[in-house]
Design a protein around this ligand. Structure first.
Ligand SMILES: Cc1cc2nc3c(=O)[nH]c(=O)nc-3n(C[C@H](O)[C@H](O)[C@H](O)COP(=O)(O)OP(=O)(O)OC[C@H]3O[C@@H](n4cnc5c(N)ncnc54)[C@H](O)[C@@H]3O)c2cc1C
Length: 259
């Protein structure tokens, strides 16, 4: 195969699909031919093989692997076209990914400690970066703070707790905002100033719902992180001026997608 443009879609097949919280579905995808090259923290545009559903942005939740497998975490958005479709995907289904996109990545020249802040499926890009830091084993300190409402929202909890135990450079902090019985239940923007008096010299990455990301970035700025703050807001695409919801694709025929 000749060198292809990055704009050419990559054909992937679903190898596993499972709910990891009541609203987040985990998809593992395997390349049918070519593997998408990407950096931890980047995102792709995901669609079905016939472009029947609108392409939407999804962050990759794992660092690149030799076999090219991709992990995606999709939050179900009520009446959302693509997230509803993604929640119906089964092993064996074909999908298209385009990309990679985004600059939510570790700079080559950066060496300082890294603070990763995520909520919900916003865990995806910060987990990919955490995997990269863990694999590098460069002695660089990194901390991942994840926010959920209750224990059922704590994606990858057992794995991250195991990393925390066996890697002295890594700290995992879980805050459950609707469970006052847990060690941490403050919202991340309130928790971070309790954990850190000064973030100067730190690289800060925050991803997830726009309000969460904005508030985390503001706090990181107040604590001195300055220009080293990276944000990935999972904003929802603008909708057309219509009170009528677009129909979800049902048939096999490609249909025009109104956006
Ligand atoms: C860089 C980036 C990375 C992202 N990464 C992730 C990720 O890793 N995981 C993740 O889950 N999400 C991620 N997102 C969000 C994702 O791209 C989608 O926006 C999200 O899944 C919703 O898409 P949808 O097609 O399901 O919803 P949409 O169809 O876009 O609908 C969104 C909302 O608009 C309403 N709506 C739809 N049509 C109309 C209409 N005609 N009139 C009025 N209201 C309407 C729906 O009811 C719904 O509430 C990311 C976003 C960005 C920008």
């Amino acid at each position: 195969m000749t060198e292809s443009s990055i704009w050419e879609p990559y054909a992937y097949r679903v190898v596993s699909a499972a709910m990891v919280t009541p609203v987040v579905r985990e998809l593992w995808l395997t390349p049918r031919r070519r593997s998408l090259p990407y950096l931890p923290g980047q995102y792709v545009l995901l669609s079905d093989a016939g472009y029947r559903v609108p392409q939407r942005s999804y962050s990759l939740a794992n660092a690149p692997r030799p076999d090219g497998t991709l992990r995606i975490l999709v939050t179900l958005v009520p009446n959302g076209a693509t997230s509803t479709w993604a929640h119906g995907l089964r092993p064996g289904d074909d999908v298209l990914v385009e990309g990679p996109f985004g600059t939510f990545t570790l700079a080559d020249e950066s060496t300082g400690p890294v603070l990763l802040l995520g909520a919900g499926s916003g865990l995806a890009p910060v987990k990919a970066i955490a995997e990269e830091l863990r694999a590098a084993a460069a002695g660089r300190r990194f901390t991942l703070v994840f926010s959920g409402r209750t224990a059922v929202d704590a994606i990858d909890r057992a794995e991250l707790q195991a990393w925390d135990r066996d890697d002295p450079t890594f700290d995992y902090v879980l805050t459950l905002t609707r469970d006052p019985t847990t060690t941490h239940h403050a919202h991340v923007p309130e928790l971070v100033p309790e954990m850190f008096a000064d973030l100067s010299g730190w690289q800060v990455f925050t991803s997830g719902p726009p309000g969460f990301v904005t508030r985390c970035a503001r706090v990181a700025r107040e604590l001195g992180a300055g220009a080293a703050i990276h944000t990935e807001e999972f904003f929802v695409d603008p909708q057309p001026w219509s009170a009528v919801m677009p129909p979800l694709p049902t048939g096999d025929e490609p249909k025009e997608i109104v956006q």
